[in-house]
Design a protein around this ligand. Structure first.
Ligand code: ACO
Length: 332
C-alpha cells in the first residue's frame, strides 16, 4: 500500500526582544524610512545572548507536538534546517532531541540556507515514504543575529531570529495526504553572492579572520534580488505545471520572507492577488530557514486555513538553493 504524509501539527517561536528600525538608527547610519521602503521590514526579533538555535527550535517543536496531540517519544525522525547551528557538531537536531526528550528519534541537520525548510521537509517525506519512519519533526530555526555584521548597514537591517516546526506523519489514507509535491534546485556557480567566508575548513577563525569579520554574512544585494525573483517565480510555475494544479486552487502563496519587494515582484509575475500572499516580513524580517514554517504556523493559528486548502511555498537562498512545495491542510 502506498504511503502518504499528513501535516499533524505546526509550531513556532519568536524571541522576546524586538529590534525596531528606530533602534537600528542608533546603531548604523540608516533610517526607518530607508529600511521600510527598500525592504518592507519594520522590526525583527533578536534571540538572547544565551539563547541558541536549538533553544528556539525546541520551543517551536513543543508547540507543534501539542497541536499534533503527540508526545516527544512518538517522534522517530528529526530534521533541522539551519545555517546557524549551535556548534559545528553535534548537529542541532541532537540538541533539540535532548531538549524535548525525543529519545526514539534519529536526528540530523540540513544546510540549504533560506531554502532549508523546503529541503528538510522533502527529505522527511522521502524517509517517511520508505516505511522505516512514521513521524517526523521538521524544524527551521535560525539565530541570524549571530552571523550578521552589526556594523554593516547593507545587511544587518534585513535579518532576524526565529524558529518554526512541523510534524509530518506517514498515513495510508490518500484523503489525509498533505504533501502534493515539491521541486528543489541548486546552483553552486553563484556561491559567492550570498555566503559566510570564514568559520569552516576553508578559513578557520583565527584572530585575523575575526578582525576581518569573516564569520559574518556577505551579500551582493542587487544580484541576490534579481536571482531570487526570477528563480522563485520559475520554480513555483514549474511545480504547479508538474502537479497539474492551477493558481486559482492555491489558497496561500507562502514565500520566503526576505524583502517585500521580492515578494511583490513574485506575486505580480504569478498574477496572484495580494490577499492570497502571506506576508510577515514587516514584523519578523528575514529569519532564513525559519520564515516558511513560522508563516505556516501563523496562518494555522490565526484560523486562516480550512480543511482542503492548498499552500504553495517557495524559497530561495545562499548556495544558490531554491525550492517550492505544495501542501494541503487536511486537519479539521
Ligand atoms: N540604510 C541606508 N542606506 C543604505 C542602507 C541602509 N540600511 N543599506 C545600503 N544603503 C545605501 C547604499 O550604501 C547605497 O548608497 P549609495 O547610493 O550612496 O552607494 C544606497 O543605499 C543604495 O544601495 P543598494 O544596495 O543599491 O540598494 P538596493 O535598492 O539594492 O537595496 C537591498 C538593498 C535592500 C539589500 C536589496 O538589494 C535587496 O533586498 N536585495 C535582496 C537581498 C536579500 O533579501 N537578501 C536576503 C538573503 S537572500 C534571501 O533571503 C532571498
Amino acid at each position: 500500500m502506498q504511503n502518504y504524509v499528513r501535516i499533524a501539527g505546526t509550531g513556532s517561536y519568536l524571541p522576546e526582544k524586538i529590534l525596531t528600525n528606530f533602534d537600528l538608527e542608533k546603531m548604523v547610519e540608516t533610517s526607518d524610512e530607508w529600511i521600510r521602503t527598500r525592504t518592507g521590514i519594520a522590526q525583527r526579533h533578536i534571540a538572547a545572548k544565551d539563547e541558541a538555535t536549538s533553544d528556539m527550535g525546541a520551543v517551536a517543536a513543543t508547540n507543534a507536538l501539542e497541536m499534533a496531540g503527540m508526545t516527544p517519544e512518538d517522534i522517530d525522525l528529526i530534521i533541522v534546517a539551519t545555517i546557524t547551528p549551535d556548534v559545528p557538531f553535534p548537529n542541532t537536531g541532537c540538541y533539540i532531541q535532548k531538549k524535548i526528550g525525543a529519545k526514539n528519534a534519529t536526528a540530523f541537520s540540513v544546510e540549504a540556507a533560506c531554502s532549508g525548510f523546503v529541503f528538510a521537509s522533502d527529505v522527511a517525506v522521502s524517509m517517511l515514504d520508505g516505511k522505516r519512519y512514521k513521524r517526523a519533526l521538521v524544524v527551521g530555526a535560525e539565530k541570524m543575529s549571530s552571523i550578521v555584521d552589526w556594523e554593516d548597514r547593507s545587511t544587518c537591517v534585513l535579518f532576524g531570529d526565529a524558529a518554526g516546526a512541523m510534524i509530518l506523519e506517514a498515513v495510508e489514507n490518500e484523503e489525509e495526504n498533505s504533501y502534493i509535491g515539491a521541486q528543489l534546485g541548486t546552483d553552486g556557480n553563484f556561491s559567492d553572492i550570498l555566503y559566510v567566508p570564514g568559520g569552516g575548513s576553508r578559513m578557520p577563525l583565527d584572530e585575523i579572520a575575526l578582525n576581518e569579520k569573516l564569520n559574518c554574512l556577505r551579500m551582493s544585494g542587487q544580484e541576490v534580488f534579481k536571482q531570487a525573483v526570477n528563480t522563485m517565480s520559475r520554480v513555483s510555475v514549474d511545480l504547479l505545471g508538474q502537479t497539474g494544479i492551477d493558481f486559482d486552487q492555491v489558497r496561500w502563496l507562502v514565500p520566503h520572507q526576505a524583502n517585500i519587494r521580492i515578494i511583490n515582484a513574485i506575486r505580480k509575475k504569478l498574477r496572484l492577488p495580494e490577499e492570497r500572499c502571506y506576508v510577515n516580513v514587516d514584523r519578523i524580517g528575514n529569519s532564513s530557514a525559519a520564515t516558511i514554517p513560522v508563516a505556516i504556523d501563523e496562518i494555522v493559528r490565526n484560523g486562516d486555513i480550512q480543511k482542503g486548502d492548498l499552500l504553495l511555498t517557495v524559497a530561495f537562498g545562499g548556495g544558490l538553493t531554491w525550492g517550492s512545495s505544495i501542501l494541503r491542510w487536511t486537519k479539521d
